[in-house]
Design a binder for this molecule. Structure first.
Ligand code: HEM
Length: 330
């Protein structure tokens, strides 16, 4: 009898061990919703695709929203929560003010589509919906497809104060970028791979104005900027420009998720200091060069990095819940 018990325990241990590789992270796993809401991924994909057909902005907006969510209090949809009379939420911090509304709307629409299915109603976290939607917009823009890990809970807090110092600034140098990403468990190469998200979307002129007008007393224009590109940027962003004006971050293929970002850096066409420094700093240049040359190598690094991004500060069990409305605490 005791022997049979031992065999059973050993068999159970083997079973558990066999499961580990499928659990890429202690808390997250693919197919988390298999028995809860089996079609969640296709429901989200359909909602994201419908939104994408209305506006391409869905793509950069959703991808950036995911990043800003994960770097502040972890990937817990805290960035989606609306401010109330007695709480200024993350989304109203100056670093988040330029998050495009279409990213929030994408999650809200996907959540509504999920909740329209009786079995799925209020069973899928807003944090997971955002992770799936981010994966889907990358594919819609021609980027790599990947299996997304799920099982995140939604967070209980969202304050503007918690954002301060947590997000990278466009004027950052390599050490500042590396250490901020490292604080989130992301390596130097993860940081370079994720920065390629700037192959899509827009930036307001204010985010790089100092590079084209007030770089230094000797050089009003940042000398690492391609001259012709600097002139184009000055034409699009005159000194007294309307603060709402925004320019494409990848001037060559602004609507394609591709490795053009790295080719631009090689030409001095990185929009922010934090982009261009990846090429000007000799410590990161070899990686930029290799991903400018190989789409396959870049795609592989990007998928690994965004999967790691999706694990940052994840909440499980009693540390989180499933919000009925992504913008409000239950
Ligand atoms: C590496 C450090 C990074 C810095 C300093 C940075 C900074 C910025 C800034 C200043 C903007 C423009 C905001 C505006 O003026 O409207 C922007 C846009 C954007 N960022 Fe980043 N970012 C970084 C990394 C990332 C990462 C890791 C992702 C996603 C994985 C990302 C995705 C985006 C996207 C998609 C946009 C365009 C948004 C739109 O068109 O609505 N960024 N970023």
């Amino acid at each position: 009898m005791a022997h049979a018990k031992l065999v059973l325990i050993a068999a159970a241990a083997v079973l558990i061990l066999c499961q580990i590789p499928r659990f890429a992270n202690a808390q997250l796993r693919q197919n988390y919703y298999a028995n809860i809401c089996p079609n969640v991924e296709s429901i989200v994909r359909d909602a994201v695709t419908a939104k994408f057909r209305q506006t391409f902005v869905t793509v950069p907006a959703t991808l950036r929203l995911f990043f800003h969510d994960c770097f502040v209090e972890g990937c817990d949809a805290s960035v989606i929560v609306a401010s109330t009379g007695n709480n200024t939420a993350e989304k109203d911090h100056p670093d988040n003010i330029s998050l495009a509304g279409d990213g929030f709307d994408t999650v809200i629409k996907a959540k509504a589509a999920i909740d329209a299915v009786a079995q799925c109603r209020n069973t899928v976290s807003c944090a997971d919906i955002l992770a799936i939607a981010a994966r889907d917009v990358i594919a819609l823009a021609g980027g790599p497809s990947y299996a997304v890990e799920l099982g995140r809970m939604d967070g209980f807090t969202s304050t503007a104060a918690s954002v301060t110092g947590k997000l990278p600034q466009p004027g950052f140098n390599l050490n500042q970028l590396t250490s901020l990403f490292a604080a989130n468990g992301l390596s130097h190469s993860d940081m370079i791979a994720l920065s390629a998200a700037h192959t899509l979307g827009f930036s307001h002129c204010s985010s790089f104005a100092s590079r084209i007008y007030d770089f230094s007393p000797q050089n009003p224009v940042d000398p690492t900027l391609n001259r012709a590109y600097a002139a184009q940027l000055q034409a699009m962003c005159p000194r007294d420009v309307d603060p709402r004006v925004a320019v494409n971050m990848d001037p060559v293929t602004p609507r394609a998720f591709d490795n053009q970002y790295y080719k631009n850096l090689q030409q001095g066409m990185g929009l922010f200091t934090s982009d261009q420094v990846l090429f000007t700093d000799a410590r990161s240049r070899p990686v930029v060069d290799s991903w400018a040359q190989s789409v396959a190598a870049f795609d592989q690094a990007f998928v690994a990095a965004i999967t790691k991004l999706g694990r940052v500060g994840v909440k499980t069990g009693a540390n989180g819940n499933i919000r009925r409305d992504c913008a409000l605490f239950n």
